[in-house]
Write a protein that binds this ligand. Structure first.
Ligand SMILES: Cc1cc2nc3c(=O)[nH]c(=O)nc-3n(C[C@H](O)[C@H](O)[C@H](O)COP(=O)(O)OP(=O)(O)OC[C@H]3O[C@@H](n4cnc5c(N)ncnc54)[C@H](O)[C@@H]3O)c2cc1C
Length: 418
């Protein structure tokens, strides 16, 4: 295979996975990141590898009253502002919140989830990635019968796709995780899921990509993708320097709609802000949690990391910015303290917000841009970017170097409507 020069733009989990698999197959890879590697959404997510789980679009996600969506205490919050593009986007998003679309998207994403889990296993082992990777599943814990019914429903939808979630009683959950408080009515265990420290995963894989020959340029943004006719020529940096390339992969997360505009491609990717609060138990105490849990009624993830526990979640459509609303951060603790012992007394170690790249139909865009030979997109992974990172990297490697993929990936095509 002739060596191809490939520029990957964006050093989040998606860009790094693309760079790794391309370099592994012998491409001449340059990974370009405007800031630092792994400093975007990939820095502080919940660290769950939630293969087979439903994407963002679920029936009822936007069925609640407008007042509820405008409430900053609601898990899904849309601050009031005039943004016709967002209103159109939400309308399209809502049209995909159907049972039929959910079934179709789970069918499309499940094989990719299985493949990604296998890739995680083999990457962590073969590359010796030091990222706190645990293949112990996680527990969805519920305080209401409604929450439990929904968790059981999601579990039933996953079974036909080769996942084995199991309903659990309160006493069984308490035995696994003593921190679970009275008031929890039951839950579901998802044994196939895994967890890791997401930032460490990205840094470690970036390091292995360099060992395979990839070059990494940080602190440099790409301002333009260069083309001649229908062929890609390379990229121009914000400082004016040009790099020639045979192919360009855009993995720019929530910033993805910017660089494709000149090709007439308007990627409907919207930033869905989420927060984390990392907690440590006071000196001399035990770890807050020994297993990963998600709190069903508020969708807050509680993931034990090395030396701290991460509370992560909430979804807010407030534009492309990193302005943190203190109330949203407090909500993470308020949500967790009614499920888990020790949260109230724990010490805050760090707080953060990040932007999930969200598509209207909840499915990422991964593949070639039609009509532009050499231009590829890998974005829009919303809540599943870590989960689907490795398989996305593999799919992009196959698209770029082989012209087609070994796994079914039609659902991820750029021009699929929506
Ligand atoms: C609170 C929260 C919890 C989450 N929990 C989970 C979870 O448990 N499991 C899961 O699978 N997913 C989770 N996610 C989602 C996951 O974090 C994202 O889907 C994923 O990080 C997206 O990765 P990315 O590489 O596309 O984007 P990013 O990580 O945002 O990376 C994009 C990069 O592109 C760079 N860039 C942009 N424009 C340019 C340019 N012009 N030139 C150069 N560089 C550029 C940016 O600086 C950035 O570093 C969560 C997200 C949040 C916010």
């Amino acid at each position: 295979m002739a060596e191809r020069r490939v520029v990957v733009v964006g050093g989040g989990v998606i860009g790094v996975c693309c760079a790794y698999f391309l370099a592994k197959e012998g491409a001449d890879v340059i990974l370009v990141e405007r800031d630092e590697i792994g400093c975007g959404a990939s820095f502080g997510n919940a660290g769950t590898i939630a293969a087979g789980h439903p994407p963002l679009n679920k029936p009822g996600r936007i069925r609640r009253s407008i007042l509820d969506l405008l409430n900053p205490k609601s898990p899904l919050y849309i601050p009031l502002r005039w943004d016709p593009g967002l209103i159109r986007w939400l309308w399209t998003f809502r049209s995909f919140c159907t049972e039929q679309h959910l079934k179709a998207s789970m069918g499309a994403l499940a094989p990719l989830g299985h493949a990604s889990l296998e890739l995680f296993d083999s990457l962590v082992e073969s590359e010796g990635l030091d990222c706190n990777y645990e293949r112990a599943g996680y527990y969805e814990i519920c305080r209401t019968d409604k929450g439990l019914a929904e968790a059981v429903h999601d579990a039933a939808m996953m079974r036909p796709h080769g996942f084995h979630p199991r309903k659990m009683r309160f006493d069984e959950l308490r035995e696994v995780e003593p921190a679970i408080l009275d008031g929890v009515v039951g839950g579901v265990y998802f044994p196939e899921a895994a967890t890791c420290d997401p930032h460490r995963f990205v840094l470690e894989l970036a390091d292995r990509s360099v060992r395979l020959g990839a070059q990494i340029e940080t602190g440099r943004g790409v301002s333009e993708i260069l083309s001649s006719g229908r062929s890609i020529q390379g990229v121009r940096f914000e400082d004016g320097e040009v790099i020639e390339a045979d192919a360009v992969v855009l993995a720019t997360g929530s910033y993805s709609s910017v660089l494709t505009k000149k090709f007439g491609l308007h990627l409907p990717v919207r930033a869905g802000k989420g927060y984390h609060r990392d907690l440590e138990v006071a000196e001399g105490g035990e770890t807050l949690l020994s297993v990963a849990c998600v709190l069903a009624e508020t969708s807050v993830f509680c993931t034990p990391m090395r030396g701290f526990t991460r509370l992560a979640g909430t979804l807010e459509f407030s534009g492309v910015n990193h302005q943190m609303r203190p109330g949203r951060l407090k909500q993470l603790t308020a949500a967790a303290e009614v499920y888990l012992d020790g949260v109230r007394e724990a010490v805050i170690r760090s707080e953060w917000c990040g932007l999930r790249p969200c598509t209207p139909d909840g499915i990422p865009y991964v593949g070639p841009v039609p009509g532009q030979s050499g231009l590829f997109v890998a974005t829009g992974h919303a809540m599943l970017g870590l989960t689907l990172g490795p398989v996305t990297g593999k799919l992009i490697e196959e698209h770029v170097l082989r012209g087609g993929t070994s796994l079914p990936s039609e659902a991820l095509e750029i021009q699929r409507g929506g």
